[in-house]
Design a protein around this ligand. Structure first.
Ligand code: NDP
Length: 479
């Protein structure tokens, strides 16, 4: 059974309790993990605090070297870790391989920045004084991650944190701790000093809460639901702990009447059905110009029905795994039922696949709905599963207004050959990202983060590193 990593040692929970991790495709137990308590929270934070002075003072090139070595180790471990990820999360093995590979890419990107952190020289009016700024790591980081992309979202936090000279206490989702724990052990094996990287496993409500409100934590980097993010923000206020919140989304896609419908429909299908729709950046609302609505609708319904083969993540040819939990599937089914009850038309899916292979897992077919009412749950809530609502609009003003009608503002996209339309969308949509004629994929080099209730603070790019550093002003009197 995997354990927690605290102060360089593998540890069990003091209460001796464990949590079973199940495969969403079969219900079988994949493995168990210790159910940590507040005693382990205290121990992990103490270990991270103890390691902080030496780690933050280490030569930046040494930090970079360790991260490059960790990246090499992670590359070699991809096959092993991807298999664990597929089993505990449900995603197809090929997609788990992509995700596991992202960890070494992220390590390398931030390793390259570790020795490029610097301050400014600032001339002051008084010639006898010199002003400058220095950059200090924020300190101990609590990284809390969800179950949909456990490895990517872990790497998004620990890589810039390590490069900045911070130490980390990581708490993955309690339903997907296994691949993360293994990845951290592999990374840590590169030779990080004890206490630089620590893991805790257990219930978010218990140890997650205790970690966020711990006075020894200087920053919380969180990805998860908006409701959990609100709670974390409240708890963090107790000690004025810094927070980065990457929360829910309901990304709009606008397809104009001059769009390339073949490419737009392919991007919509990948955007909605990849990871069984359980992605923050998924295409969650599609606004079609009336002139192309019929053509787009036929293409997307066809793609949903024919291209998104559902199955066990480890089975050959599976393109879409099950939903991650029974509750998650029940939620998406209820959202679909609500829309259909209010008059939406089912163009594809809206049911569970039948057959022996699907009896024990949380499977759902790729679903497309037309005539979805604007006040239905699929329009107003985040739909975290493989169900796509289509809406029709008459012009770009209406499309942008409807795109902005959500409380969320994470990603967005527009398909058009008209640069003026693309520019209006890029400037007018309230979101952290707009893709023009391109698939919704986040890039290491570009800052990623939400607007409105999708959160604040950035992951990726130089901006993520900034989030783990504080700028300090220094005045040097030379008189
Ligand atoms: P949750 O908010 O339920 O959980 C996320 C993490 O927070 C888990 O590790 C969970 O632990 C922990 N947690 C739960 N309660 C607390 C608490 N009170 N204090 C501290 N930690 C707590 O999110 P999901 O796992 O359901 O993830 C799906 C959500 O994540 C979706 O809304 C999705 O849009 C969003 N997301 C956002 C992204 C972005 O970048 N903006 C990217 C990916 C996903 P436990 O598992 O033990 O409950």
């Amino acid at each position: 059974m995997p354990q927690m990593l605290i102060g360089g040692e593998l540890a069990d929970a003091s209460g001796g309790k464990t949590i079973e991790v199940r495969n969403p495709a079969t219900g079988d137990v994949v493995d168990s993990i210790p159910r940590g308590t507040t005693a382990e929270v205290d121990a992990a934070v103490a270990a991270a605090r103890k390691a902080l002075p030496a780690w933050s003072a280490l030569a930046p090139t040494k930090r970079a070297q360790l991260m490059h070595q960790a990246a090499e180790r992670m590359k070699a471990a991809v096959p092993e870790i991807a298999r664990i990820l597929s089993q505990e999360q449900g995603k197809p093995l090929a997609h788990a391989v992509l995700e596991a590979s992202r960890v070494s890419e992220n390590l390398e990107y931030y390793a390259g920045l570790a020795d490029k952190i610097r301050g400014d020289y600032v001339p002051l009016d008084d010639p006898a004084k010199i002003g400058f700024t220095i950059r200090r790591p924020v300190g101990v980081v609590a990284a809390i991650t969800p179950w949909n992309f456990p490895l990517t979202l872990m790497a998004n936090k620990i890589c810039p944190a390590l490069a900045a000279g911070c130490t980390v206490v990581l708490k993955p989702a309690s339903t997907t701790p296994l691949a993360t724990q293994r990845a951290i052990e592999v990374i840590n094996g590169a030779g990080f000093p004890a206490g630089v990287l620590n893991t805790l496993h257990g219930s978010g409500a218990e140890i997650g809460d205790a970690l966020v409100r711990h006075p020894g934590v200087n920053k919380v980097a969180f990805t998860g639901q908006t409701e959990t993010g609100k709670r974390i923000m409240q708890l963090a206020a107790e000690n004025v702990t810094r927070v980065t919140l990457e929360l829910g989304g309901s990304d709009p896609m606008i397809v104009c009447d001059d769009a390339d419908i073949r490419r737009a429909s392919a991007a919509a299908a990948i955007g909605r059905f990849f990871n069984a729709g359980q992605a923050c950046l998924a295409v969650k609302r599609v606004y079609l110009f009336r002139g192309i609505a019929e053509e787009f609708t036929a293409k997307i319904a066809d793609r949903a029905a024919k291209e998104w083969k559902t199955g066990n993540g480890l089975a050959e040819g599976t393109k879409m795994g099950p939903l991650h939990t029974e509750a998650q599937r029940a939620e998406v089914e209820a959202q679909v039922t609500d829309a259909v009850g209010r008059g939406a038309r089912v163009l594809a899916g809206a049911k569970r696949p039948e057959g022996k292979d699907f009896e024990r897992g949380w499977f759902m077919e790729a679903t497309v709905l037309a005539d979805v009412p604007e006040d239905s749950r699929m329009a107003t809530e985040e739909v975290f599963g493989p169900a796509m609502p289509l809406f029709i609009v008459d012009d770009l003003d209406e499309a942008i207004a409807k795109a902005n009608s959500s409380v969320y503002g994470l990603g967005s996209s527009i398909w058009t050959r008209d640069l003026a339309k693309a520019r209006r969308a890029a400037e007018g949509i309230e979101a952290g990202y707009t893709w023009v004629n391109d698939i919704q994929v986040a890039y290491d080099q570009l800052p990623f983060g939400g607007a409105k209730q999708s959160g604040f603070g950035k992951e990726h790019g130089l901006e993520a590193l900034e989030g783990y550093l504080e700028k300090k002003s220094v005045v040097l009197g030379t008189g």
